[in-house]
Design a protein. Structure first.
Ligand code: DLZ
Length: 185
């Protein structure tokens, strides 16, 4: 059987038509892409915040709260639940999520390696617990639990050199709450 050479089968593509195809592809991808808006108006949030390392978690809380209000959330639509330490965050987050009253839960805590025996085990447990609560309840949970080696690193992430992870968690919660509404329609 005779084979047609590849060069004879394929038409050469001009650079212009190649650029057009690329532009079309980009436009199509843009049309098909969904991302949650950063608009918190009409949404309800639960914030679960650990008291342990309160010097840090208070800063995370203030910034998360500020992020929600600046994005249009109403004061009365935000509930704050305090728990003793990060270890208690997942169970409280789950209880809140299961009420069905919240569009997203924001989890805030600070685990310091120096302070915590079995640090890695606790970090894994808190992370797994928050993820599991999110997946099993279907309510977005934002992870604002700092896991740091030193207090200095935690301070940097609670408003100093590395921004504020509480604020970032609030924005993630807003985005995911809106995304859930968009993609579950
Ligand atoms: C006990 C403890 C220790 C040693 N370190 C921390 C920490 O660095 N960050 C934190 O959020 N919590 C810590 N805790 C408290 C535990 O999370 C938990 O509250 C207690 O073990 C009671 O269950």
């Amino acid at each position: 059987m005779l084979h047609t050479p590849l060069s004879a089968r394929t038409k050469p593509i001009s650079p212009q038509s190649h650029r057009d195809t690329e532009k079309n592809t980009e436009a199509k991808i843009r049309l098909k892409t969904h991302a949650g808006k950063l608009d918190a108006s009409g949404l309800h949030f639960g914030i679960v915040v650990a008291r342990f390392n309160e010097f840090i978690t208070d800063r995370l809380l203030r910034s998360a709260y500020d992020g929600l209000l600046r994005s249009g959330a109403k004061d009365q639509d935000i509930n704050i639940i305090r728990v003793p330490g990060s270890f208690e965050i997942p169970s409280a987050a789950r209880t809140l999520a299961e009420t069905g009253k919240y569009d997203a839960i924001i989890c805030l805590g600070c685990l310091l390696r120096g302070d915590t025996a079995h640090y890695d085990v606790i970090v894994n447990e808190v992370t797994r617990g928050i993820g599991q609560s999110a997946q099993e309840t279907g309510v977005p949970h934002a992870f604002g639990v700092l896991t740091c080696d030193t207090l200095e690193q935690a301070i940097d992430r609670a408003g100093l050199k590395m921004g504020n992870k509480g604020f970032e968690a609030a924005l993630a919660a807003i985005e995911m709450a809106n995304l859930k509404k968009t993609i579950s329609r």
